[in-house]
Design a protein. Sequence first.
Length: 338
Amino acid sequence: MSFRYSTGLQNVGSYQVSGRPFLKSTIGLTDGDTQYTTFPNVTKKIRVKNRSTGGALKIGFADNARRAFDMPGGHDHLETSFTNTSAFTIAFWIKPTTLTVTRVLQLGPLVGNTRLQGHGSNGAIKLFVDGVAEFSNNNMTAPDTWVHMAVVINDTNNKVYVNGSEEITNTQPAGDYDFLSIGADTANYDDIYDDMCFFNSAFSPEEISELYADGDYFDPRDHSQAANLVSWWAFEDNNYRDYFATDDTTSTIKDRIGSNDLTQQGTNGNFVPGRQLDTAINSHSITIAAGEELELNVKTKSMFLFADGANQDFDISASLTGIPAGRMFDLTGPGIDE
């Protein structure tokens, strides 16, 4: 849940200058939960006081505090149909919670057996095309680690890319497809999906690299093949802020480009922090131990907080960016004496 401060501004003559808000009470955050915090104007300084007696509070900044979709078992999966095609590219981020023979995606008609899946505990993956399997090397995936996968289907030139690198080629004739299922529909496995897109063209290695973007966030609408972008599933329920006019729900993941919505076949799927926020929490955050206080001279309009190891109680105060007096009127309008 996002939290927005209402900030009192000091008024000096005809202009307002930056002030510092106060919090009426200490904010509480349950262990393991994330709170996305937004400010009404760009900050100049942020002070965070951790009033907890155990665990730690992590704070950090992420441009896209987006969500992902977790299907924690019970044969949960998502599926959709699309216009029949024989040459296309599907790309997505995935975080497996365990390494096993888990089904990642299946293409078909519904009874087809072209699919991508894990291959045991060594982190390998395999691509079935018309019942013929080709395998990657080991260590393509690891538990609780995000990985980018792209599947290119094009007759006898079918490939899988992992983090931008080609890892599997399957030369079995692929045929035409009009159905997509993601997740394990035949077993009780758990994977988390984020930011999936579907193009009706078979990407070159260079185009895969462009889409992977060295792991940075990349909007598929900005790709050089954007004219061939058929579907984009962002897995976004607008929990932290309104990225889209319509929320995704646990039953329907909206196609943000076309009409190929993903529908959940099961009841256990739920939204969790997405790849960028997850990575920022684990790799790019600042830890404030229980009882400690931190002051940051930063300019930002948002930040996130994560409770690590115990419930966290904390205070936040922020001052706004110092703006030249000659421009303050443009921002605030007249003061009390005008």
